[in-house]
Design a protein around this ligand. Structure first.
Ligand SMILES: [Zn+2]
Length: 212
């Protein structure tokens, strides 16, 4: 399980780890979208909340997660990316995994200084049309793919990022202690560096050799 504040690079590392270890990446948004697309029972339940503009409740998300982890592709394990944000969700996930005879084997905590996170997130812009995100371009520049206007998401403004980080500290950081108390291996890694540097650090911390 990868845990860390917004902007820490969890999604990128989840992809790299999944490729290096040849196990699937499981991210909440992806499994929810897949369940809705496939119109499974839980997917239809999730859609009814989304259509009303409501948050999908934890039990529906955990159900969808359990289904994703029960698939043959996840037989050897999976990388959980941004799945758990609160202690009640961590408890719920443990129950769901218990039903599959499994548990979280390692929790990797991404350590990035707050000013670096604010710089990273507020430094990215998104295309109004194709939703591609870019670093190193400015609001008002044009999208390299389609020439449409690039903007900064309201959620990515420095003040909004500070609020998101405060929510992470109050709701998600307690999850790290919860896992420690419940016997999971918790590993902190320095997540500042190029994506490949961070991946190699991560694999070493987990005791796995990077495969090229
Ligand atoms: Zn675009």
């Amino acid at each position: 399980m990868l845990l860390g504040p917004p902007g820490a690079g969890k999604g990128t590392q989840a992809d790299k780890l999944a490729a290096a270890l040849k196990i699937p990446k499981v991210a909440t948004g992806d499994v929810l979208r897949a369940a809705v697309r496939d119109a499974t029972e839980l997917g239809r339940a999730a859609k009814s909340f989304m259509d009303r503009g409501e948050l999908v409740p934890d039990d529906v998300i955990l159900g969808v997660m359990q289904e994703a982890l029960a698939r043959p592709q996840a037989e050897r394990g999976a990388i959980l990316d941004g799945v758990i944000r609160t202690v009640p969700q961590a408890r719920g996930l443990r129950e769901a995994l218990k039903r599959l005879g499994r548990d979280v084997s390692a929790v990797v905590v991404f350590d990035v200084p707050e000013d670096e996170l604010i710089r990273r997130i507020s430094g990215r812009v998104v295309c109004e049309t194709c939703q591609s995100t870019y670093a190193g371009l400015e609001p008002g520049d044009t999208c390299p793919k389609d020439g449409c206007k690039l903007v900064r998401r309201p959620d990515d403004e420095p003040e909004a990022v500070r609020r998101r980080l405060a929510v992470y500290r109050s709701q998600t950081e307690p999850v790290i202690d919860w896992y420690r108390e419940h016997g999971a291996r918790v590993i902190s890694i320095d997540a500042v560096g190029t994506p490949d540097e961070v991946r190699d650090r991560l694999l070493r911390a987990l005791g796995w050799r990077p495969q090229s």
